[in-house]
Design a protein around this ligand. Structure first.
Ligand SMILES: Cc1ncc(COP(=O)(O)O)c(C=O)c1O
Length: 370
């Protein structure tokens, strides 16, 4: 017997990555957290928190946070809304703009939550397969004319970026809304000497001004090392943000998250430093894994998509690593079910991963030889 609404009964629901409690000795390379701590400014906010902030309801519009976004990214505060992680904003976009039975379009493989959210909305998830080289299926996405089209750029789990000129073309050709999910954008920058101020190169914010149907999503979970705080934000033309806010619950971003998130956002120099550390480790890990016989895809993110050496199944390898206390992510999705997604950790963590892989692969090749 179930009380669940009919259309929800066949749905599997989203399976988040495994989250062992903080302090456990597990090496977590499965959900793309930043391995470095958040800004010390966040710690200061938490340590000096005025309890009055907790007694009262939070500001439902998170004005201080939106003003910080506005200053840093050179948009109007009215062009910003805040969510309990970008996951909440994705759900909000569905709730606001997708009718029952409408098409929610996205390339596959991509962030699996898109499918779940479309299903929850009783909409039609319309998945367009990437080819083996993850070529962006621009024409098919245009032809599909979704009520919403969702593009993660950089994409997960593939790690590639969609050029802005292509997103520009897509936005212009769609009658519905284009959501550009830039959860990993902080790791996609070339050079990046512009910390502290302004819009980074090669991100979709410039498209907001040109296209009334574009929503850019950002998060503090990755570059800013605040996945546990749950703060994301959407930037779009004010009219679109106003519509989005109509569908929003009032108090999803709490007072602590608003204040701590604002402090993190204002400390662009800290984010820049920790991103640079990850970017220095990324090619080292790429080479280590390639030396172990993995095929490693180029990455504009803080994770790597890798295919194990021949004869080794990705899912088996994930399980073997788990037995050694190391979590990486396996997706049973078209195009990536023979691959793993591995978060770039500190150099020491990456070395630990590679030592375990060496051991596992060594044991497997011995077994194959006998
Ligand atoms: C592509 C993509 N978008 C959004 C999110 C959700 O981020 P948040 O922690 O802000 O909800 C993730 C999380 O891993 C992601 O991979």
């Amino acid at each position: 017997m179930t009380f669940l609404r009919n259309h929800l009964q066949p749905i599997k629901g989203y399976t988040p990555g495994e989250q062992p409690p903080p302090g456990s000795s597990i090496l977590k390379l499965n959900t793309n957290e930043n391995p470095y701590p958040p800004s010390p400014e966040v710690i200061k906010v938490l340590q000096s928190l005025d309890l009055e902030w907790l007694r009262r309801y939070p500001d439902p519009t998170a004005r201080v946070f939106r003003e910080a976004v506005a200053e840093i990214f050179q948009v109007a505060p009215a062009a910003v809304t805040v969510g309990n992680g970008s996951d909440e904003l994705l759900a909000l976009v569905m709730r606001a703009f997708v009718e029952k039975g409408a098409r929610v379009v996205y390339p596959m493989p991509s962030y699996v939550l898109y499918r779940t959210l479309a299903q929850l909305q009783d909409a039609v998830p319309y998945e367009i397969a990437y080819d083996e080289c993850f070529t962006f299926p621009l024409d098919s996405l245009i032809d599909a004319q979704g009520a919403i089209t969702l593009i993660a750029s950089p994409n997960s789990p593939t790690g590639h970026v969609v050029p802005i000129s292509v997103l520009d073309q897509l936005a212009g050709a769609l009658k519905g809304i284009l959501v550009i999910d830039e959860a990993y954008i902080d790791f996609a920058q070339v050079g990046g000497a512009n910390h502290g101020l302004g819009v980074e190169p090669q991100n979709a914010l410039s498209l907001i001004h040109k296209h009334p149907n574009v929503i850019v999503l950002r998060t503090l979970s990755k570059g800013y090392s605040l996945a546990g705080l749950r703060v994301g934000f959407a930037i779009a033309q004010p009219e679109l943000i106003q519509d989005l806010n109509k569908a929003k619950d009032s108090y999803t971003v709490d007072a602590i998250a608003t204040l701590a998130g604002t402090a993190a956002l204002r400390d662009q120099a800290h984010k820049h430093q920790s991103v640079q550390k990850v970017l220095r480790s990324r090619p080292i890990l790429q080479k280590q894994l390639a030396d172990l016989g993995f095929r490693v895809w180029p990455s504009a993110t803080n994770f790597l998509l890798v295919q194990p050496p021949s004869g080794i199944l990705a899912i088996d390898l994930q399980q073997s690593l788990k037995q050694q206390g190391i979590l990486v992510r396996y997706f049973d999705l078209p195009g990536v079910s023979d691959k793993l997604r591995i978060t770039v950790g500190t150099d020491a963590q990456n070395d630990q991963l590679c030592r375990s892989l060496q051991e596992i692969l060594g044991a497997a090749s011995l077994k194959m030889a006998t």
